[in-house]
Design a protein around this ligand. Structure first.
Ligand code: ISJ
Length: 420
């Protein structure tokens, strides 16, 4: 049911342990599955006990959709009758959410599934959630196996590769003219299948090819993102900041050369520094401590390698998880520096609505524990159509042709997941 804030139903929530380790994707039905997976653990869900659609806002950096989601979750948690026999992050009441990149775009949503199957730290559980007065949901029989995608037709998205290259060139000029330091420019491409795309097929391939990423499906956004915005357990917060990218090499020698080049590149270190500085500045007022390394390390994925920094922080009492997510978004990794100038330039040059691409995606439980990532390396999948997105950080030293190649490397994640 789609509910307004003052009509949220009381929920009956029950979590029981499962003895056997479930194959999480195998539990999912083909339509509207919800998933958050990494390394064989995570959460999957289906059905909708409650759906809260979060209205578009007037200002590009509005945070109303996060505070409405936070208030909705608080009310649901306060009104829920819960029997939780497991008591881990992700048991009991759980909501999945996806937020638009730009607050003016519609589509932000919070969904509480009817059934959630989870696995964490080697323990597994089943949660059922039903509006009070309704019978508990059917926890499902055997789901049909994931279906192949079939032949695809590829179409140009909002801008052709050539037009996007020119837009990147224009962004470089604005940066060189001193209007801003960094902007992340993104593009989209569209794939059309002959029949409805089964998101479970994509989830299976993404989990296999990108085991270090968070594989997700939330209300039609499907992808495998490496970029953890925030993991919260109690008052502890962790974040993984990525900025600065090279492709993987075809041989170990070429791979090592590209990694060396990335780690010693002044342009990439500058791009990375903007992202770390913005993280520190955002977390400082909300956290008692923030720790981030002086020098980034390297994160190697199947398609690209990134400069990566793992940050840790301790939240001050009273800080709500979604308020912290709101404060962090958009990071310099997906917006730019300074943020407002970057958002304006994105609006001027990108020629598309990003929707929920590059917005926060994740889950939160009734106690505020949760994991939120930036929706990257993903597509909006609806029926037979998938709209894929990828973006690149642009600074004064960026070469538009290299950025076209980098966007292609990032699009590869979903291109391959869609290819039988
Ligand atoms: C914007 C994307 O990726 C971001 C941009 C990066 C870069 O420019 O080096 C690296 C990782 C991400 O923070 C994307 O994948 O679409």
């Amino acid at each position: 049911m789609t509910a307004a804030l003052d009509e949220l139903p009381p929920l009956n929530v029950r979590t029981v342990p499962l003895d056997a380790a479930p194959d999480l994707i195998a539990h999912l039905p083909p339509t509207a599955p919800t998933a958050w997976l990494r390394g064989g653990e995570g959460l999957v869900g289906w059905g909708e006990a409650v759906r809260v659609e979060l209205a578009a806002e007037e200002a590009p950096r509005g945070t109303g959709r996060f505070s409405t989601a936070s208030a909705a979750l608080e009310r649901l948690a306060a009104g829920a009758g819960t029997g939780d026999a497991v008591g881990l992050p992700g048991t009991g009441l759980v909501a999945f959410g996806g937020f638009s990149f730009d607050a003016r775009s519609p589509g932000s949503v919070l969904v509480v599934p009817r059934v959630v199957v989870g696995r964490r730290w080697g323990r597994s559980w089943l949660t059922t959630i039903a509006p009070a007065g309704e019978p508990p949901p059917d926890t499902g029989g055997a789901a049909p196996p994931p279906a192949p995608v079939g032949p695809l037709t590829w179409r140009t998205g909002s801008l052709s590769a050539g037009a996007w290259r020119d837009a990147v060139g224009a962004a470089v000029e604005r940066i060189r003219a001193g209007q801003l330091d960094k902007v992340v420019m993104a593009r989209d491409v569209v794939a059309e299948a002959r029949s409805g795309i089964d998101p479970r097929t994509l989830l299976t391939r993404l989990g296999r090819d990108y085991p270090d990423c968070y594989t997700f499906a939330v209300d039609g956004m499907v992808g495998a993102t490496p970029e953890l915005l925030l993991r919260r357990h109690g008052d502890e917060v962790a974040s993984l900041v990525l900025a600065g990218t090279r492709p993987r090499g075809a041989t170990p020698e070429e791979d090592a050369r590209l990694a060396d080049e990335l780690e010693s590149s002044a342009k990439d270190r500058e791009e990375h520094r903007y992202a770390i500085d913005s993280l520190r500045a955002t977390l400082a007022p909300l956290c008692a401590t923030v720790e981030a390394p002086e020098r980034p390390g390297l994160l190697r994925l199947a398609n690209v390698q990134h400069l990566a920094s793992r940050a840790r922080a301790r939240l001050r009492p009273g800080a709500s998880t979604l308020d912290v997510v709101a404060a962090m978004h958009p990071t310099a990794a997906v917006g730019g520096t300074p943020t407002t100038a970057a958002m304006e330039l994105i609006g001027d040059l990108e020629g598309m609505d990003r929707g929920r691409y590059a917005g926060p995606v994740g889950w939160i439980d009734g106690s505020g524990n949760g994991e939120w990532a930036i929706a990257l390396r993903c597509a909006h999948v609806r029926g037979p159509r998938a709209r894929l997105f990828a973006g690149c950080g642009i600074v004064a030293g960026s070469d538009p042709d290299a950025e076209v190649a980098e966007a292609d490397a990032k699009l590869r994640v979903m291109r391959e997941a869609l290819t039988d």
